[in-house]
Design a protein around this ligand. Structure first.
Ligand code: SF4
Length: 320
């Protein structure tokens, strides 16, 4: 029998980072659900296949625990992060407390709040209302037809493409903050010229503030998934014209002077998603050579393993 995700909930560690984000600068992450609890099972997911696919909204991680961790973290951070971001191990809107947590954060701090969501629950009024006090919401839409949506996102069997689309439109109409719609492009899957032009029509019907093009940069759940080249990405951006942009490369963050790399910090980062040594170095501010040494040690102790993707080496925490 599958275990109950709520019971696997860690007693701590829902707030992580700050980590460098390709679009949000230094982002302090909040993980609202246990690894990987999601309504989708995307072929490109960097967290692997979804073992806990559900539409069940509940308090997977207690809201008060999140706020407690966040208060502690914020008091120790200088300078403050650029964003507090709901992202991490799965779909954050599955946590029924997300609205309360967002409201508490906006009471605590002026740091802007971003929510990364797959948009699958935006057809629910209660979810749309819960996100109203965020500053920025980044939903995903990868397909222009129900068939391709099913193939790429492998949604929970009760979810319909038409629901997702109407949820996005309703949310756009009701939400006062910024909406950046993200499209994940996978080579040979949703980059066909017809699909691209149909997708643009659909994106326009939603009316986001920005359209952000992304491609697969970390090892995907399925081996047949591969990224578009930079040239192909530029072609799509040029075709889509105004309002479309490619998610920029990682910002260069200052490296702190050499200090002792702590295993626990690296493991905490790798618990959430695979990362290269360079990404870890940027995220934690340690020198690359110190990070590489520490990764070697963790690998020898069988705490982590690695996978090659597009000639880059991604480290992951081994399951406990
Ligand atoms: S990519 Fe996001 S939406 Fe898709 S399965 Fe992974 S966590 Fe869920």
């Amino acid at each position: 029998m599958a275990d109950d995700p709520a019971k696997r909930n860690p007693s701590s560690g829902c707030v992580f980072g700050p980590v460098p984000s390709r679009r949000l600068g230094r982002s302090l992450g909040i993980d609202m659900v246990p690894l990987k609890t999601c309504t989708f099972n995307c072929i490109y997911c960097q967290l692997g296949r979804t073992p806990c696919q559900t539409l069940d909204r509940k308090e997977y991680v207690p809201g008060r625990q999140i706020i407690g961790e966040l208060e502690e973290k914020l008091s120790s951070l200088s300078p403050p992060p650029d964003y507090v971001t709901f992202s991490g191990s799965g779909e954050p809107t599955l946590n029924s407390e997300i609205g309360w947590v967002i409201r508490e954060i906006s009471r605590l701090t002026k740091i802007p709040i971003a929510v990364l969501t797959n948009g699958s629950l935006l057809h629910l009024e209660t979810v749309r209302n819960a996100l109203q006090e965020a500053d920025l919401v980044i939903p995903t839409l990868d397909a222009a037809s129900p068939q391709l949506f099913k193939f790429i996102n492998r949604p929970h069997h009760s979810l319909r493409f038409s629901q997702i689309l109407s949820g996005l439109k309703d949310f756009r109409r009701e939400f006062g903050g910024q909406v950046w719609l993200q499209v994940m492009l996978c080579s040979g899957i949703n980059d066909d010229p017809k699909e691209i032009s149909r997708l643009r029509e659909i994106l326009d019907s939603v009316g986001p503030d920005r359209i952000q093009l992304n491609t697969v940069i970390r090892p995907p759940a399925e081996e047949f998934v591969s990224p578009l080249s930079p040239g192909q990405m530029e072609k799509v951006r040029d075709l889509w014209g105004k309002g479309a942009e490619i998610i920029p490369d990682f910002p260069q963050l200052g490296e702190s002077p050499a200090s002792r790399v702590r295993d626990a910090e690296i493991i905490d980062l790798l618990k959430r998603r695979p990362r290269t040594a360079e990404e870890i170095s940027r995220a934690l501010g340690y020198k690359l050579e110190s990070v590489s040494q520490c990764l070697g040690e963790l690998y020898r102790r069988h705490t982590i393993h690695y996978r090659m993707f597009q000639n880059r080496c991604y480290y992951e925490k081994k399951p406990a």
